[in-house]
Design a protein around this ligand. Structure first.
Ligand SMILES: [Zn+2]
Length: 306
């Protein structure tokens, strides 16, 4: 049976996931490893090792990997061979080529928040929403009436670089006061002081953590209000590191949405956690491969018979 390979490069981990045509995850692997300070070649090589293990698992299960999509926290240009990561600020990548193949498998790359939104679209009954990916950076995937809205160059959804305060702190993108500087993982952690597990600290009502989450939620609400005013979306899905923090982020986000979205008196957007959690991007990436086969099985059959 054909299967799709999803891969993910993020600032502090690499991941792979093997999805069959029924949408079942047949293999997954996650490697916690900080990519900052590593060269792109070292990162691709780490991902290649995970792809090799996934190929072995596929063979053992009688699955044939027909393609792979890599989710990245950056802007990717091009559609097939010859793709380039224009910028991935938190990886330190600028105009970095995407290899055409990894471990012999044809690869395309896409933005991690867009791919996570694609995964959520297929995993939930939601047809219109903004998915917010909260890692070291903040990204968004916009789904309108069942379709991922990609923008003219596939670069839509840079919610993390929407201005919250024009006089705010310097951002890695070159601008100032971007949402990421208030609600990115590093920003929340540095606001609440040393300690690892944010969710646990919030459950224990640690005052500095609660204050940091209130501050981050307010900034998210301000930025999301602009997105909802522009795009008329009924649901905000909080993903990745933000998903377990929904109990503390929901109230400040909804407060800002109520205050700032002009249509909120009739229909205020709901804030929900991601259904797929931390795996949304890697599952969404694999899903692009399987959905392409389902959408056009004849093309797939002719490619394998050649
Ligand atoms: Zn920025």
């Amino acid at each position: 049976m054909p299967a799709g390979l999803g891969m993910e490069i993020n600032v502090d981990y690499l991941a792979v996931c093997l999805l069959d045509l029924a949408g079942t995850v047949r293999h997954r692997a996650h490697l916690t490893t900080d990519q900052r300070g590593r060269t792109p070649a070292q990162t691709w090589s780490g991902l290649s090792a995970l792809a090799k293990a996934a190929s072995k698992a596929a063979a053992a299960e009688g699955l044939a990997i027909v393609g792979a999509t890599v989710a990245l926290p950056g802007l990717v240009s091009g559609h097939s061979a010859g793709q380039e990561v224009k910028i991935a600020p938190n990886l330190g990548w600028h105009e970095t080529p995407v290899p055409a193949r990894i471990d012999g498998i044809a690869v395309t790359a896409g933005n991690e928040a867009n791919l996570a939104a694609f995964g959520e679209l297929h995993a939930t009954g939601l047809s219109s929403f903004v998915y917010v990916s909260g890692e070291i950076g903040i990204g968004a995937g916009i789904v309108v009436n069942g379709d991922l809205f990609r923008g003219t160059q596939g670069w839509a959804g840079e919610l993390g670089h929407v201005t919250v305060d024009p006089a705010g702190p310097q951002c890695t993108c070159g601008s100032q006061g971007c949402l990421e500087q208030y609600a990115g993982e590093d920003a929340i952690r540095s606001a609440c002081g040393p300690g690892l597990d944010l969710e646990l600290r919030a459950r224990n009502a640690d005052p500095a953590t609660l204050k940091a989450l209130e501050h981050a939620g307010t900034a998210l609400g301000v930025a999301l209000s602009s997105a909802v005013n522009l795009l008329d979306l009924p649901v905000v899905v909080l993903g990745s590191h933000l998903a377990p923090l929904v109990p503390w982020l929901k109230a400040p986000i909804e407060r800002e949405l109520k205050q700032r979205v002009i249509t909120s008196r009739w229909s205020s957007p709901e804030v929900v956690p991601s259904a797929l959690g931390a795996d949304a991007a890697v599952i969404g990436a694999a899903r692009t491969v399987t959905e392409a086969i389902i959408a056009n099985p004849a093309a797939h059959l002719s490619s394998v018979s050649r």
